[in-house]
Structures are given as structure tokens and as C-alpha cells.
Design a protein around this ligand. Sequence first.
Ligand code: TEU
Ligand code: CA
Length: 554
Amino acid sequence: MQKTWWKEAVIYQIYPRSFMDSNADGIGDLKGITSRLDYLKYLGIDVIWLSPVYKSPNDDNGYDISDYQEIMDEFGTMDDFDEMLKEAHARNIRIVMDLVVNHTSDEHQWFVESRKSKENKYRDYYIWREGKDASTPPNNWGACFGGSAWEYDSETKMYYLHLFSKKQPDLNWDNPNVRNEVFDMMTWWCEKGIDGFRMDVISMISKTKEMPDGEVHDLYGDFAPYCIHGPNVHKYLQEMNKQVLSKYDIMSVGETAGVTTDQAKKYAGEDTNELNMVFQFEHVESDGKYGKWTDEKFPLTTLKEIMSRWQTELYGKAWNSLFWDNHDQPRAVSRFGNDSPQYRETSAKMLATCLHMMQGTPYIYQGEELGMTNYPFQNMKEFRDIESFNAYNEWCKSGHLSHETFWPCLTFKSRDNARTPMQWDTSKHAGFTAATPWIAVNPNYTQINAKAQTADQNSVFHYYKKLITLRKQHPIIVYGSYELLLKESEQIFAYTRTLEQEKLLVVCNFTDTAVSFQIPEEFKNAKCLIANTERSYQDTDIQLKPYEAFVLLK
Ligand code: TEU
Ligand code: CA
């Protein structure tokens, strides 16, 4: 297994809109990020993944880009960007950009041109089709944010494909001009000195030529077989690698919805010359009752099966990314742990232990290091996310489900849970802004905030800091092999890591009840590296406390 910096790094994801506002307009910005770099340095992370900061009309908070080489007005200027990059590098922190090139905004110049006429030079930059008839789209595919995946354009009386919102038309990657424009733009950013790319829905860039109706799940036909891991996706990524990625000392991570371990070995194989690693979503997307929506946790045995399969199947062949949450997911502690005052801290530390001792590059989503929780939504007015609004309209207003049935699912899984402002201190609006924030601050900021936690050695923050330090001190955490213990247990997630003579034991209680556990004989006089509960490890027959976690090294 090759050793590389990005295998040894810990990455921190910033959602700029919600991180830090520097100019009192209620919206986070680049200067705000720069002002908080010392906080990130203190935490110990190596890399920042910056969610999109490019020019955008914000139909999907920057994931709809109208100019790839300009900064969004609300976030500042290109000078602010350069300053942030310089200040990050001065602290040995690298910056990875979000690359959103499956689609652009409909306000991107390419699309403005494309929709003008069938003869336009940019026509073929997007995916246009005739309808089945005057009022029926080309097929039954549903978009990720609800409704049909096709939008009728009266100018040329044809439909364009949008797998996300109708303001996010899909680019036609089969057009070599599109690929070259994208590669040139990436090169421009690399020349600026950025350190890599996180590639938005990169598994969807290649579509099949034929676009038949999809199997109907829920309300619409499924586009997945025709758009995910399409016929040329690996070819295009190899091309990108050859023309851009391989020329710089940068890292790449592909967001690959629907990826299997076999596919991942191609996207992120040790020697496939595509990407360095992928995000897989099985452990966060196997739980939907109505599309992605549900209010239930899934069984621990399922979670363990999924995560362990990724650990063992990729070992030595491809590289994992490790995450519990991001800007599209609920807060980890509310979803997989327990966000009640009694157990929030312990369970947040337990989850961190479980993930950070695995093989792969760990990603911390802003606020996760404080154990930030889901937001207590009371009504629809508190939401901001297009996905949440569309879902509510589609499932409730249309009468498919009652409000009572859908509401708990929406509040449990809404992406807005992750998008409430970062909780810096106990001042008004949690120190995020001096104005009214674009989305409400979670009222628990008076209890949960960075200022209190950086001052408290027992905080969730300091626990994350310690986990990051351990990863740097012990190569076994990065390179050791993985073995799951107690496969059938619905309470305990336990595994070992092995590297040469060393062995780690990781034990996590995922429940709010005590459970007995026997420390294996071989770990009898082992050293405890980290734990969220005080105990002696002299006895081997122990009762794990609720959400207890520890790591032993022999
Ligand atoms: O998300 C891709 C994706 O697959 C989403 O549909 C995801 O499953 C969903 O948000 C979960 O509810 C990426 C970005 O991360 C997301 O923020 C964007 O909205 C989306 O692409 C479109 O660019
Ligand atoms: Ca601002």
C-alpha cells in the first residue's frame, strides 16, 4: 500500500454560508473563514474541504454555479479567496475545492446560450430531447429534488435534463468541448495553488444515449441505471486525471452516489489513475421509508455490515473516506447517537471513536467536533433548503402522506439540520453574525459552543483533537487491517486493527443501556489510547456503560 499525505490527513468540511459572517449581513463568507483558521489549526486538521464559493444564484446554495472563476458576491472577492488560501497555507492547512460539474446553473453563460436556438454553438453543452408529445417529457424520470427530471423550454420547444433542480441543467460530458472547458477551469484553480477537488455527484456525469422510462419507485421513474456509473464515466475520469490531476500534488475525492465496493475499486483504485478516494453513502442512505425520508434509525448490525464490508473490501486496493455527516445529512449525534442532554457528549465521543479508528481519510463536518445537534423545527417557515420544500409539497400537500406521518421524517432528515450556523460562543446568534442569520441558530448554542469547549479539556472538541493527534502518532490507525468482532451484537460495535506486531481494539456501545463485554485475553495488559469513560482495564469481564467507547493498543 502506497503511503501518501492524503491517506494520513484529517479533513474538515466548511459550509461557508453557515461558518462565520465577517460583515454583518447574516451570511458566512471567506473573510469569516480566514478569521477562524486558528481555531481549525488548534483542532489539528490538515485539509479544508470548502463547499462551493463560486458565483451562483443560490437555488441550491452554491451547487448551482453560474461562473466557475468568480466568487459568489455574498462570500466576498477573489482577493478574499487568495488571502484565505495564503493564510491557510501559512498554517499548513490545505484547501480542497468543491467541483460541481455534473451540472451548471441555468444562469451560466453556456446555458443562456444553449437554450437560445438549436444551432447555437453551446446547444450541445447540455442534454436536450424532444418530448413524447407536446405535453409529455421524454421519459418518466424524477429529479433528486422532486418533480420531473425534464424541463420544457418554450424557446426551442424541447426539454432539457436536470437530475437536480430545474435551475441545475446537466452538462453533456459526451461533448469533448465540455470536458476541455472543465479541465481548463480545473487547471486554472490548480495554478492558483489549491490542493484538490471534492467532485460533486461525479458518478452521474456519463449518461446512456438511450433514455427509456425508469422503473417507478415512489412517485417517478428511476434514472439511476441510465445515469449513475454510466458508460464513459471511467474513461472521462482517466482523461481528467491525465490532463489535470496527475500534474499537481493534489487530492481528489469523488462523491459517488450509489457506488458499490467493486465500482469504488475503479474510481479510487491504487493504480486505476482516476481519483484518490470516493464518498460512498450506503451507511447513510440505507434507511429511507419514503424516498430518503424516514424517522427511524436502522439496526446496528446493518450499519456494521456495511461499514465493515467497505473496510475489508477496499483494503490494499482502494481508499475509503470516513464520515458520519456532511451538509446533506442530519447531525451525526442526533442520527446515530443520542442528543439528549444526558448522553449527547458521551455518544458524540463514541461515534467519533468508532469512525476515526477505521481505515480511510476522516472528514469532520463543521460543528460535529462540538457535538452539534439537529434543529428543533416547529414549522415549514424555518426551513431554507429546496429539497425540504419540494419534498413537503410532493409528499404532503399532494396528499400522498399526512402531515403527521411526514413531519417527523422531514425534521429528522432535512439537510437544514446541518446548515444552521456554527456555534462559536454564547453571544447573540452564537457569535456567527451580528445581523439576523440567513437560517436560525440552534437555540442550544448557549450550552454547545466552541468557546466553552476549547476551554474544557473534557469536551467533545478536545476528544476530536486527541483522536486527530493519535492518527498522526500511530501508523496502525492509518494503515492497519480491519477485523469486525461480535458481528451479531445489536449493541456493541467492536473491531480490531492490525499492523505488523501491533494490534488495536476498538469498543463502542451504541445504546443507552449497559451491556457486558469481555476484553479479549490478548489485550489484557494493553494500553488505553483514548476513552470517553473512566475505568480500569485490569478486569476483562466488564459492563460497558451507555455509549461507552475505548481503544486499547497492544
Ligand atoms: O449531493 C448529491 C446527492 O446525491 C444528493 O442528492 C444527496 O443524496 C441529497 O442531498 C441527500 O438529501 C450533491 C451535493 O452534496 C448537494 O448539496 C447538492 O444539492 C447536489 O449534489 C446537487 O449539486
Ligand atoms: Ca457576510
